[in-house]
Design a protein around this ligand. Structure first.
Ligand code: 5GP
Length: 119
């Protein structure tokens, strides 16, 4: 899939649309989901233009990949999710229900989450 630079997260990264920022470094931005599905619902995205987890794993640099996973760990610990547990989700493509075609990891927690998949 070709990367579409008009997607909403690309616009957030360019500062065209505001977000409730939670964390930022050279390679990563994390912000609160606009329609939270749990008491804590944070989206962690690379700053680079990758459509999904497959594109990211295949084409991102080692520095970008390391930064994203280190950010997920840091955010989970600092947001107090680690002790009680939480869930990470990376919806991918049509079957995965991905709505925004810029790779993102959902961090969900703050309550006991239901079954992994809706019936
Ligand atoms: P996906 O379905 O692609 O895995 O998840 C996209 C997520 O982005 C959804 O949970 C949706 O609520 C969130 N989202 C969509 N538009 C915006 C926006 O403009 N700002 C923020 N913060 N989140 C958004």
């Amino acid at each position: 899939m070709t990367y579409d630079p008009s997607n909403i997260f690309a616009r957030i990264l360019r500062g065209e649309i505001p977000c409730k920022k939670h964390y930022e470094d050279e390679y990563v931005l994390a912000f609160h989901d606009i329609y939270p599905k749990a008491p804590t619902h944070i989206l962690v995205i690379p700053k680079g233009s990758y459509t999904d987890i497959v594109d990211f794993g295949a084409n991102a640099t080692a520095e970008e990949i390391e930064a994203l996973y280190r950010a997920v760990s840091k955010i989970a610990a600092e947001a107090g999710l680690q002790t009680a547990g939480f869930r990470t989700i990376a919806n991918t493509g049509l079957n995965g229900g991905q709505e925004v075609p810029h790779f993102h990891i959902h961090l969900l927690g703050g309550k006991k989450l239901g079954p992994m998949l809706a019936e």
